[in-house]
Design a protein around this ligand. Structure first.
Ligand code: MRU
Length: 348
């Protein structure tokens, strides 16, 4: 997979989670032993990135199942359902979270096995979700690499890398595959205020893995494009509506508009678990509002006056008309997206 670290590592009775809040300074793994631990690592962003959140929640359902002490199937399903609902509520925007929890719950309810056996099987299902995510990323890499030309400089926003997935990455996976195929590419990483996923995570991840990466602050992207320094943009996604509108880290919308104004392709890479067929457009996407302190401080230090009003939406929505193509594990979708998304999800 050619990354020098792992984001999460399933063990026999727990899962190790890399605490991304401590990067790039320190590599520390949290031992996730209960479904409450799973809720906490997602809620407080020790693990983040839509696919990584989904995989973590899948193991969270299994850990929850392990704690249920009953042989009664009805009671078992009722308790498991409540735990699943709790996990889904940890963060509202990433579709992969509810997708993974619901897949685990449906898997549990299928068949006639007793609770103990279902719990054992749930571990294997969570492992399948974990491996499928890595596999999907590698396939996306294969499809997406063809869009990236030798010698290009590509701008990315937030972190859609191995750290945001079970491994390899979505947007950064495409860039890994392009590099592995022998193309010479340079990457510009937006720092991604306020949580600094670009500066702390993307810059770290790409540097670890030997990429030519340059860090810029978010407000520099337009000027870099104006000077002809950026050939393409590529980002991940947290939720994609059935018309192709894309929710991703706040600031993605600005990058897409800038790319459009400078005639630069704007690519999104996401697995099918990020697509939400239940919503017709981005207007229906719930945008998570995060604590004021993320805006008011940097590394714990105040950068604004006490009592100032703050807004902190963690995501924004880029309308489909600004998206040049969506790279998935089943192929590349081009506009208009509705038909392609239906086909991707097997919807008649
Ligand atoms: O708040 P975060 O760090 O969970 O937000 C992550 C993003 O917005 C990523 O770009 C997205 O999840 C795609 S990750 C493959």
């Amino acid at each position: 997979m050619n990354t020098s670290f792992y984001t999460l590592l399933p063990k026999r009775d727990h899962v190790l989670i890399l605490d991304q809040r401590l990067l790039p300074g320190k590599m520390h793994y949290i031992k996730m032993k209960t479904y409450r631990d799973a809720y906490a690592v997602i809620k407080h962003m020790a693990v983040r990135g839509a696919p990584a959140i989904g995989v973590t929640a899948a193991f969270g359902v299994w850990l929850g199942a392990r704690s249920i002490k009953t042989n009664d199937r009805t009671r078992y399903f009722s308790m498991l359902g409540k735990m699943g609902e709790h996990l889904i509520n940890a963060r509202p925007t990433a579709h992969n979270l509810s997708w993974a929890v619901n897949r685990m719950l449906s898997f549990a309810r299928a068949g006639q096995a007793g609770p103990a056996e279902i719990t054992r099987r749930l571990y294997r299902e969570a492992l399948r979700i974990y491996h499928e995510d890595i596999d999907a990323n590698m396939k996306m890499g294969g499809f997406g690499a063809g869009l990236i030309k030798n010698g290009w400089t590509v701008l990315t926003h937030c972190n859609a890398g191995a750290l945001a997935t079970a491994g390899y990455g979505t947007a950064l996976g495409v860039l890994r595959s392009a590099k592995n195929s022998g193309k010479k590419i340079r990457i510009f990483a937006d720092e991604t205020r306020p949580f600094l996923q670009g500066a702390r995570l993307t810059a770290w991840e790409l540097q670890q893995d030997g990429f030519d990466v340059t860090l810029i602050t978010d407000n520099m992207a337009g000027w870099m494009m104006k000077q002809g320094l950026i050939n393409a943009c590529i980002v991940g996604a947290d939720r994609i509506a059935s018309n192709g509108d894309v929710a991703n880290k706040v600031g993605t919308y600005s990058v897409a508009i800038l790319a459009h104004a400078h005639n630069i392709p704007f690519y999104v890479a996401a697995p099918s678990s990020t697509f939400d067929p239940a919503i017709t457009s981005g207007r229906e996407i719930v945008i998570e509002e995060r604590p004021d302190k993320e805006v008011l401080t940097i590394a714990g230090r105040a950068i604004a006056p006490d009592g100032i009003k703050v807004r902190n939406p963690a995501f924004d929505v880029t309308p489909a008309k600004y998206v040049t193509a969506i790279i998935t594990e089943k192929g590349v979708l081009f506009p208009p997206y509705k038909k392609g998304i239906k086909k991707l999800l097997g919807i008649p």
